[in-house]
Structures are given as structure tokens and as C-alpha cells.
Design a protein around this ligand. Sequence first.
Ligand code: HGY
Ligand code: MN
Ligand code: MN
Ligand code: MN
Length: 396
Amino acid sequence: MSAQALLDDIADVGRDRVRGGYSRHVFDAADRELREWFAEQAQRRGLDVERDRNGNLWAWWGTPGPDAVVTGSHLDSVPGGGAFDGPLGVVSALVAVDELRGRGVTPAKPFAVVMFGEEEGGRFGVPCLGSRLLTGSLRADAALRLRDADGVTFAEAAVSAGLDPDRIGPDPEALGRIGRFVELHVEQGRGLIDLGSPIAVGSTVIAHGRWRFTFSGQGNHAGATPMDDRRDPMLPAAETIAAARRLARAVPGARATVGRLVPNPGGTNVIASTVDVWLDARGGDVSSLVADIEQAARVAAAEEGCSVQVRQESHSGEVEFDPGLRDELAGLLGGVPALPTGAGHDAAILSDHVQAAMLYVRNPTGVSHAPEEFAEAADVAAGAGALARVLEHLCR
Ligand code: HGY
Ligand code: MN
Ligand code: MN
Ligand code: MN
């Protein structure tokens, strides 16, 4: 089955994923459909599927063991996301297995395709939740008390998915088996368009984090409350969003985004009593950028007689993929360019613990986390072929 056919197939499974429905998150019904799809595709290729203590799925070609060559990505999505971010890496890994088998290659090392859970943090707010738990870069107790929008804790969700909450957390046995990890991913910016190349190897991933600002004022009646008699948290929220944009534009390479704002209670004729604003900030010295944004939030809140509470929900420092492996793979692929990215990936979380590398496939729209995200069939095939070459090389 070609990579394009598998992408079409997964689009049917994750129906609204392609039509940009809602976020895919760990352990819900839609997520289960995608996991079943992955397990079925893996079993068709004679791979033995096992679920680790944190819910990540591992499809082994032969016996699991040390110094394994592992590839894969994620199948969950952001709300209104595209069809390639995540699935392209999983699908290309499955097609690469087909290509290796077709060439009569049997890996000389343990080999697995992995599907990480909750890479987008769509349910519990922490990106790369599955790989962070695997590596211990998110503590189990912090994870177990995470709550989704309905107040369900990760511990409860894990139990409903048949996991043992007492075993959630670092998995040195699973992590210790990985020798090298390679993730193929659709490019999420314009880099490969500007370079005129269908493929690149990953060089760096910028620092990024998520913060939650909760503004509190006085809920009240929209009609009966004079304008000078209000403590409306929506005002400092709005001023903070504008400040984030202004402050980030002043820092080369920095990014600051507010994609989610939730007023409470959220009535059209009701002055909100609280407003939650989630900030995604990246690049450069992200902590001092966020400190400046937080200062602007405090000033704006005080001017409106409101208060503000700021909590950091996740953070990852800048990552540089192993230069030796990066250059080895770039050379193997005929000198493809090395590309920095502003998007986070499971490979970046793993790179603190194992030799990790990334391959990117050109996205001619330069748009991601939106339905326009795209990769041409020829580039998708080139990516799967390149991944097969890399895996064959690493499995020797
Ligand atoms: O948000 C990101 O950078 C990635 O898509 N999880
Ligand atoms: Mn993404
Ligand atoms: Mn992704
Ligand atoms: Mn009324």
C-alpha cells in the first residue's frame, strides 16, 4: 500500500481529523479508533504490537531488544488540524517496513515503529505527553493530576483505557531499548519551499512552553452595570494578547500565540467573572519574554481592578539533534539540507536520552495546524523512500 493510500485510509478512520473536527486526544473513543487502525496495519506487516505503561504503542519487527532502531510519530491532532501532522510519520514508517520487506531486508537489530500518545496535548494540555512520560521529563504525579476540559484527570482516563495509574511514569526498560530514533514529519513552515528541496534532516527545535493566565474580576449584568462600574477580566485578557504579539515581534525568532481563551460563565449578556487565556511562547529566551508578557498582564489587570494568576503548564528547552547522526543521514540521502523548526516533536523529547534524528517532507502550503496542511504525493513517496534507506542503513 503506498503512503498516499495509507494516508487516505487513515483519513477515513480519523474522519473529522481530516475535516478539521476536534482535537484528537489520548484515550477517547476517536483516539481508540486510530490506535486500532495502527495495530491492524502493524499486524498486517507481521509486527508484534505492545502497549507500554503510558499507553504508547510499539510495533516490533522481531524480538524487542537493546540498541533498537525505532521510528514513528503520533496520530493525535490539534482542533481543526490537518491530515499530515503526525500520520505522515506513522504511515511512512509502515511503508518503509513494506519497502524493506520487499527488498528482502531483515533488520540485524531490534526494530520498532512507535505511536506516541497525546503529542499535541489536546486533552491534558501538555504536548508530547506520551514521550515525556516515557523519558521521565514529566513526573508521574504531575501527569496523574492533569485535568481535561471536563475535569477528568489523566489518572481516571488512564484507568478507563485499561492502564495501571501506579505504573504511569518513567519507563527505563522501554527507553533503554532504543538505540536510535528517527521521526519523519511533514514540514510545518516554508523552509523546504524556500530551499527547493522535498526532504530535509532536522537540525534544531526552538524552546517552547505553555502558560495559563487566569484573570478574575466581577461577574455582572451586561445591561444594568454602568461602564465605570465594572471589573471586567476580558479587558486585561485582551490587552495581554496584544502585548504578547507586540513583545514577541520585538525579539528576533520569538513566537507568542494565544489560540485559546475561555470566559466564565461565557454568556453573551454577562460580564465574565473569570477569563482563562493559554499562551504558547517559543524561541530565544522564552522565559524573559513570558516575564515581560506577565508584567503587562499584571498592569492591565490592576488597571481594571482585576487579579491575574499565571501558571506554567509545560516547557522544553531548545534542542539540537545529534550532529553526527544528522550529517550521517544527510549524506546518506545525497546531501539534503538541515532544517531548524519552530514546531515541537517527540523526537526532540527523546533526543535528551537517545540518539535522535528527524526527516522533514515538504509542505507546499507552508501552513500547518490547519486544514490547508499538505504534502504532494511525489514528496510523500520520496519521504517514505528516504526513511526506508535510513532505516536499512541504521539496522545493519
Ligand atoms: O505544537 C507543536 O509544536 C507540535 O505540533 N506539537
Ligand atoms: Mn502538531
Ligand atoms: Mn506533530
Ligand atoms: Mn436577565
